[in-house]
Design a protein around this ligand. Structure first.
Ligand code: G4P
Length: 538
């Protein structure tokens, strides 16, 4: 293929890709929306009614046993499907706040997000946190206000809350008529037509009624009680609310807002169309050295997630790799920047709704699953030779700590192995103190439960977990060797090493942290550190 043709191929493939995540507070309807989107993409044939899923505690995107037991989405998964000649990569994020680190990492790999809001509950705690994360990268957000088939809050009220709480401008692009038992449908403000709601269908039927124009007499005929309110509200909106502005959306300043009912498949297709028409194609990404354009020939990308035991039949660990430029083809030779080694990738995987298959080719925006025996870690960059490192996937200073001890002392090695692997996977942070003891650090309590469960199930280790008396951790860097020596002499009992050998100060209390910082004003105390980063130590 000539160079021009190759460039054209890359441009075309990039242009038809959309990579996004759905974010929501638990129970707002993320799983339901995911299933309906997959249904449109033909990736699944039947959306398991979420109720049924809950009953059996199993969903297409749930892999880990513990998810089934608790009915929450713990691990993130990736699903690729095609729709209208576009390749859609949907990245699932754990809704539970205890997995905020994992969610953060997933959000570094997307170009857009869909935010689901429960219309009865409005903006909830986890929505606020997730949006803050999107803000850090100005990720464009499409909003879906869900559950209008129930008695919920008024749409104006919800818009106001989104604007005030999340500090993002709302541009309603559809408007609900009624709610609960009197939910009649959604008026599309951009095309000036009404989609009439009939509940209870898996797919919207092709003979559904579309009524063109706000003044169409058919509306008076069908909804004599509600049509006047609709007209008033639409007039008001057109005067008072911001019109949809794609530029502002792409800058992350404005969110188009859709209303609907995920479970009834109402408003879902509109969200999918918005993703295709408005959400950005894979964008240029900043590596430490330079900006990389998605249509550049050589393949580059980074690992944003490691997941073990996705398939219980194969005890494998998969590194999720976001392609940032170039083209993957089986057999490609890539340089692993952290180790400087070359890797030949023969059988990277593409993930569909509930299966995965060997990928034939992949382009910027796609997520590949690379089989991994510990060589790949979160944050690692792979390139076709260029020395280039993608940045921006941090570890956060944990706030909860515990010590792990095997009940059977003969299992100490197993415990060590398990913790090291789970630490590399990002399931938990593992520190080693000056006595060689392992300390686990987490952002949320549930992370400990998962680790205990997995150590038992995957490594056959029953361990005892005792809370450790630590207030928080700070990564240290020292201006010179003398300061380092002084610090370690004085504080050795509170200093541990992280997985990459960086020194970490484990503060027993807030007060002690403050005193120590005052005593060593030249020492850096950091609340985050990049994956794979080795801090300079004087
Ligand atoms: P999540 O992934 O964000 O946690 O939410 P999920 O899709 O699992 O949905 C949470 C609950 O909300 C489910 O009820 C689901 O059926 C319901 N739901 C989702 N979309 C809609 C909608 O458009 N209308 C209505 N009325 N309900 C919706 P569930 O499994 O029965 O649990 P629960 O209702 O007993 O809590």
């Amino acid at each position: 293929m000539s160079e021009d043709n190759q460039l054209q191929l890359l441009r075309n493939e990039v242009a038809r890709r959309r990579t996004f995540a759905i974010i929501s507070h638990p129970d707002a309807g993320k799983t339901t929306l995911t299933e309906k989107l997959l249904l449109y993409g033909g990736a699944i044939q039947e959306a398991g009614a979420v109720k049924a899923r809950r009953a059996t505690r199993h969903a297409t995107s749930d892999w880990l046993e513990i998810e089934k037991q608790r009915g929450i989405s713990v691990s993130s998964s990736v699903m690729q499907f095609e729709y209208n000649d576009h390749v859609i990569n949907l990245l699932d994020t754990p809704g539970h706040q205890d997995f905020s680190e994992d969610t953060y990492r997933v959000l570094t790999a997307v170009d857009a997000a869909v935010m689901v809001i429960d219309a009865a509950k409005g903006v909830e705690a986890q929505t606020i946190k997730l949006l803050e994360v999107c803000r850090l990268r100005n990720t464009p957000i499409i909003t879906f206000v869900n559950k209008f088939d129930r008695e919920v809050r008024g749409p104006l009220d919800i818009l106001e809350e989104i604007e005030q709480t999340l500090k993002i401008e709302c541009a309603p692009v559809s408007w609900p008529i009624g709610m609960g038992k009197s939910f009649r449908g959604v008026f599309d403000l951009l095309t000036d037509r009404l989609l009439r709601f009939r509940g209870g269908e898996e797919r919207r039927s092709s003979d559904e009624e579309i009524i063109q124009g706000l003044n169409n007499p058919r509306l008076d005929e069908l909804f004599p009680g509600e049509v006047e309110t609709l007209r008033e509200e639409v007039d008001l909106l057109r005067e008072a609310s911001e019109p949809f502005d794609r530029e502002r959306f792409l800058e992350g300043m404005q969110t188009p807002v859709f209303f609907g009912s995920g479970i009834n498949n109402f408003g879902v297709q509109e969200v999918l169309h918005a993703l295709i028409d408005w959400a950005p194609e894979p964008q240029a990404r900043c590596a430490a050295e330079r900006e990389v354009r998605p249509e550049e020939q050589p393949l580059t990308g980074f690992v944003f997630k490691i997941q073990a035991n996705m398939d219980p039949k194969h005890r494998d660990r998969i590194a999720f790799f976001r392609v940032c430029s170039g083209r993957y083809q089986p057999g490609i030779k890539l340089k692993h920047l952290r180790s400087g080694r070359e890797m030949r990738i023969a059988n990277a995987q593409t993930f569909m709704a509930n299966t995965r298959k060997a990928s034939d080719e992949a382009f910027a925006g796609d997520i590949l699953g690379i089989h991994n025996h510990g060589q790949l870690q979160i944050g690692d960059t792979l390139t076709e030779g260029e020395t280039l490192g993608y940045r921006g996937i941090p570890y956060f200073a944990p706030e909860l700590f515990c010590k792990a001890r095997p009940l059977d002392p003969l299992k100490a090695k197993q415990l060590q192995k398990g913790l090291t692997e789970l630490g590399e996977e990002g399931a938990i942070q593992v520190f080693t103190d000056s006595m060689g003891r392992k300390l686990l650090g987490a952002v949320g309590q549930l992370q400990f439960d998962i680790v205990a469960h997995r150590l038992q199930g995957e490594y056959n280790v029953d361990a005892q977990y005792e809370p450790a008396d630590i207030y928080t951790a700070r990564w240290l860097n020292f201006p010179d060797k003398d300061v380092r020596k002084q610090f370690l002499q004085r504080e050795s009992a509170s200093v541990a090493e992280d997985v990459d050998g960086n020194p970490v100060y484990l503060a027993p209390s807030r007060y002690k942290l403050q005193i120590t910082q005052e005593r060593f004003p030249n020492v850096g105390f950091h609340t985050t550190r990049e994956h794979g980063e080795v801090l300079e130590q004087g």
